[in-house]
Every structure is written in C-alpha cells, then in structure tokens.
Write a protein of this length. Sequence first.
Length: 320
Amino acid sequence: MFKGIIGQSAAIEYLQRAISTQRIAPAYLFAGPEGIGRSRVAEQFLSLLLDPKQTEQRSLKNHPDSLWIAPTYKHKNKLMTVAQMQEQEIALPRSHPQIRLAQIRDMTQFLSQSPLEASRLAVVIEGAETMNEAAANALLKSLEEPGNATLILLAPNIDALIPTLVSRCQRIPFSRLNAAQMAQVLVQAGYGEVLDHPQLVEMAQGSPGCAIAHWHQQDSISPDLLQANLDDLNTPLACLELAQKIDQALDLPSQLWLLDYYQQLYWRTYGNSVLLHQFEKAKEQLRHYAQPRLVWEVTLLALAEQQDSQTKTNERLPTN
C-alpha cells in the first residue's frame, strides 16, 4: 500500500492493519523528527482513506476533502507559511512560525462541511508542536467531536504536545534511519553526492530530509565562512572580523545552522567538548534575540582563548 517509504516498517504495518480492518481512529499523532517520511506516510495513508481513483492523478494536498495546515508567520496582516515567504523572497522574522488560532478555526469550519468526493474529511497538521495555547484548546474541542473525519498531527515527540492532545490521538512512532537506509533514500532522491560529505550526514542524525536541507544550506553559504577554523582565530582582530562577516552575510536561521556546522566540524577536528558548550551557549543566545554580532564576537574570542590555552597545555606535557 505504501510506496517508496524506507525505514518506517512499524508505522506502516500499524496503518495497514487499521485500513484492512476498517478501524480508523479519528486522530493520529505521527511522532518523530523531520525529514524521515512522516509527511509522505501521511499523504499515502490519506490517499487510501479518500477515494484513490480521485487522488492518484493529482496532489492529495489539492483534494477538496483534505486540508493541510503548516506553521505560519504574520506578514502584513496575512498568515504565510515559511515556504510561501521563501517563494516570494520575503525575509523570515527572527521569531518562530506557529500554528495559530485562526488556522484551527478555519479547520473547524472545514470539518463542519460534508465530504465532496470522498467518504470522509482529512486534516494534516504539520508542526503541531508549534501551536500556542489558544490554538491547542480549540483543537481539543475538534478532537472531542471530530465527526466523519480523520486528523493527523505531526510532531517531533509526544512531549512536544500537551498531554490532553496526546491522549486523544493514536500514537504512531517514526524512527531515525540507519546508515544504509539513509544512503538508499538519498540516492533514490537524487542526492547521492551528499554521502560524500559525512559531516552533513552526521548532522542529519538519521534524517534524509535534514541531510538534503543541510546540503542546500551549505551550498548557500560562502566557502570562506564554512572553512573557518580555530587555527585562523589567532588574534582578537581575526575573531572580530569573522564575527562581522557572519553577521553581515547571514540571516538568523543561517547563523544557527552555521553554529551546528561548526559544532560538528570542530568536534571531528579537535574532539573538545568545551568547544561544543560554547556553540550551544551561542545558539541559545541567538534564539533569545541577543545581538547576533555580539554573540559571535564573544563566542569566537572564547573559542580562540580556549584553543590557545589547550595548545599551551599540550606543549607543557612531557613527550615520550
């Protein structure tokens, strides 16, 4: 029933059994990290619930009896997803997108209608963990009386949602892929070259989707920023200059990604856990809206100081 899905046999087996026995729950929670197939499984699952003859020739997201909801930003009094803003080349705000009360109200209106072509209505909520309190409470009311509908919530784990939401859903666990499965998915998707960059694969932590996203992100950043290393940060001026370049060249999401990239790079190169702590601290500061350039200046100066101290310590150690 499910085509092209790799590494999610437990989830697929559960959903196949639900279809074959006609025991479809009113709500499901697909729990697992991004980029491992949750959306693809959701789309194929719903295509089996709706009339396959009507959905196989078009995107399920355009089916009149299905509704797909994604986190949004408010831009000029209009709700826009990340994809919509990127398509229109609108700079992303420093805040995170959310599933908003207005979107849940629209969903409630959708669920109040009768199906036009299928035997039921279907809703997928991506990034369900981003719901604010008002949206979550409104969703609870819909889950209590879903009517002739099936809802699927996508979230990284059950702890990301309030317990009352989780209790009203059948939980379907999704797992990270192993190395062989990662390679298979990347090759099939036309991104086999990502495998030549083990650092990006390691950063993805078993998520092919994240590996592909890392590949595109890396391609968008200047090589001189990617190749910066601690050996080059041998003076305060060098640290300040790099901080300025990063601040001027990259938006906030790209800066956060670069910290992840440096974290993985420096761990592979130096194996120093203290450096990892500095990067985690910097990411936390950026997420809490600290001045980016200042964060980078403090971080790079601290990294250079720690590396210099480690070098001097190593030089004092006796050699055999």
